[in-house]
Design a protein around this ligand. Sequence first.
Ligand SMILES: *Cc1c(COP(=O)(O)O)cnc(C)c1O
Length: 404
Amino acid sequence: MPGFELFGAAERKEVNDVLETGILMRYGFDGPRKGIWKAKELEQEICKTFNVGHAHLLSSGTAALTTAMAALGIGAGDEIIMPTFTFVASFEAVLSVGAIPVLVDIDDTLTLDPQAVENAITPHTKAVMPVHMCGSMAQMDELKAICEKHKLILLEDACQAIGASYKGKSVGTIGAAGTFSFDFVKIITCAEGGAVITNNEEIYKKCDQYSDHGHDHMGKDRGADLHPYLGYNYRISELHAAVGLAQVRRLNEFLIIQKRNHSIIYEVLKNVEGLSFRRIPDPAGDTGSFLSFFLPTEEMTRNAVTELAAAGITGNFYWYDNNWHYVRKWQHLQSGSWMHRFPEQQKMQVMHYTNQAFPASDAIMGRCVSSSVSLLWSEAQAQERAEKMAGILKSVITKHSLTA
Ligand SMILES: *Cc1c(COP(=O)(O)O)cnc(C)c1O
C-alpha cells in the first residue's frame, strides 16, 4: 500500500533542493529561496493529477479535515453524518470545530450506507462525510443525491484513497471539498502532511488563511498581512512538501504495481468457496491498496486471522478488534475522556452516538479482513502469498463447515 516502501532517489533529490537553500518555510523569503517553492509546486501537481481546480497543503490529513470543515462553515451544533468505520481522525476533526459527529452504519462497501444516512438526517444536519476506506470508494451518486435533496454539504474524507476514482472522477473532487492524508503509511507520503482539494475558489482561499493564523497572504510582508478570519497553524514545511512532490509524480507507478499485486491475490482467493468480497461501487477506480473480504461467520474470521498470523502472513487487518478504526473500540469517546473541559452538550452527544448499538455494521465488520497489498512484492511473491492465504482460508472454512 504505502509509498514509503519505494522511497528513493527522486524523493532525496527534491528534499536536497530545499536543503541547498535552507528555506524550510513555504511562505515568504522570496530572494533567498532562489525559486524553490515545493509546497506551491506540489499543490499545482495535485491539481493536475486529480483534475481539480484548487489544492491546499496542510500539516496532516487531520488538519486538512479540520480546515475543510472551517472553510465550509461547519461549526458549533452542526451535525455531521459519518460512518462507524473510519480512522478516528475523521471524528477528531468534527469535534475540533465544535460540531457533532453522528455515526451511521456502513454496508458491504465498507463505506456509508445511503439509506442509513437518509434515516439520520435531522434539522441540525449540516454535512455528510463519506470516508473512502482502504483504497476504495463510497457510493457517491447516492450520497450526492441525498445531499442535493436535503441541501447538505458533501465533504469527502479521501485520506486513504489517493488515486481512487468514481465514474471517472478522482475521489475527493466530487463533493464540495475533499481531503487527502500524506502521513507515513498512506498511498503517497510527505512523512506528515495533508491536502484539501476543491473546485471552489472561496473555499480554497479560506483554507489557505485558516491554516496560517488567518493571514490573507496578499502582500510581500507577512507582518503587514491582514487577518480577515481567525486561523491556526496547520502549515506544511517545504521539506515535507518536497517528499510529497516526488511521490505524487510516482503515483501512477505505485498504482500499477499495487493493482497488479491486488489482482494476483484476488484471482486466487476468488476460488475459495465461502469467501465473499467487499462490494466496490466502481471497480475500475479501486487503488488496490487492500483486498477486503468476508468469511461466513465471525468465529471463522477470527480463526482465519489467527491462522494467517501464525503462518507468518502479515498485513491482514481485522478492524473489528482494532482500537483506531471502528466505533466498538473508541472507549475514550464512549466515556467522554477529554483532557480539558468540553461544551457539555457536545460531550453528551458524542457519548450518546458512540455508545449506540450498530448491529448492521457489526455484522459486516465482524466478518471482514482487509489484506494490505505491498509495492515490494514481485509477481511470484504475490502469487505465493495468495496460494498460502487460499490454503489457510479454505481449511478454516472447511473445518467449521464440518463441525457445524
Ligand atoms: C490517515 C487518515 C486521516 C488523518 O490523516 P493524518 O495525516 O494521519 O492526520 C483521516 N482520515 C482517514 C480515513 C485516515 O485514514
